[in-house]
Design a protein around this ligand. Structure first.
Ligand code: MG
Length: 311
């Protein structure tokens, strides 16, 4: 193995990228795409080397029409050889959602709640306590069935209704999800307000009590701080990072603003630092460009813009 520059010694050698584009991304886009295009997009991510892909959600189709075809997506993934390899994650809000996911072959499950009470009430119409009670049941069932599990915690660094969040509150909520048995908790900056200082206030406590492998970060680039926050998280030994191909997925509370950190921007930075991701950046860009074209969506990933402009 090649010697690493001393300045990079504090960073992990390898990072696992969780591409949340097909679910978190598309769910927060106003345009919907055909099942065929969605499957081509997911296959493209696989071919680009992504090993963790969030592919669908088993939520109410009348509330989230973009995810209405998740059963067909998972059926195709289970049946067709061209999808074999990656772990495909299914978001489930409750036990009914889990049942639906299992029926179509999902083996990796995401549950979700928020650090902010107001956000949880408005997003899923439940108190945090009620959502944790439901999550406990879903995780119990998932454990019996030996499924992989991750729990998304929204509004860790700020809430559109409550403003700045208390770090202690977010840390306690994350710990609770881990104690309920989620294999991993993903800390979400839902409205993209975090700065590295916020990372400093939240991560050390969690890292001191849990293996870093049980923690993921999910930054939004709404204000241009996602990569800075990611870099800070890497310094704490975090190796699980959420992003979406092309930065797909706007901000659910501000239609004009961008949302998820783009996988291209993330992978470019990591590759430049000699951190392995297993992702082929050119193939990923081609997949994202096809998706953007078919959606008629303007580009938001900086790397993808440069790639498209061949600069
Ligand atoms: Mg997101």
């Amino acid at each position: 193995m090649a010697a690493r520059p001393k300045a990079l010694a504090k960073f992990p050698r390898r990072v696992t990228v969780y591409d949340v584009g097909p679910r978190d991304g598309l769910q927060n886009e106003s345009r919907t795409i055909s099942l065929e295009m969605k499957l081509e997009y997911i296959r493209g991510l696989k071919q680009a080397g992504l090993a963790q892909i969030e592919a669908g959600a088993f939520v109410r189709p009348d509330r989230v029409p973009q995810m209405a075809d998740s059963d067909q997506v998972f059926r195709a993934i289970s049946a067709e050889k061209s999808f074999a390899g990656p772990t495909y994650w299914a978001l489930v809000p409750n036990r009914r959602g889990l049942e639906r996911a299992l029926e179509v072959g999902a083996r990796a499950i995401g549950v979700f709640t928020a650090a902010s009470e107001s956000f949880n009430q408005r997003n899923i119409g439940m108190t945090i306590a009620d959502s944790l009670a439901e999550i406990r049941e879903v995780l119990r069932e998932a454990r019996k069935l030996k499924l992989q599990t991750r729990a998304y915690l929204s509004t860790v660094f700020g809430c559109p209704f409550e403003g700045e969040m208390s770090p202690k509150h977010a840390i306690d909520a994350a710990q609770r999800l881990l104690d309920l048995g989620a294999h991993q908790v993903s800390l979400g900056d839902t409205i993209g307000v975090a700065t590295p200082k916020g990372v400093d206030l939240v991560l050390p406590k969690l890292i001191s009590k849990n293996p870093a492998a049980r923690i993921a970060v999910h930054f939004h680039d709404t204000r241009g701080t996602a990569l800075a926050n990611t870099l800070r998280s890497l310094e704490y030994g975090i190796t699980n990072i959420d992003s979406s191909a092309g930065g797909v997925g706007g901000c659910p509370f501000a239609p004009a603003a961008t949302g998820n950190l783009a996988t291209e921007d993330l992978v470019y930075m990591l590759q430049g630092m000699g951190i392995e991701t297993g992702v082929d950046l050119d193939r990923l860009c081609e997949t994202s460009l096809r998706l953007h074209q078919s959606m008629g969506r303007p580009l938001s990933s900086r790397y993808l813009m440069a790639y498209a402009a061949k600069c």
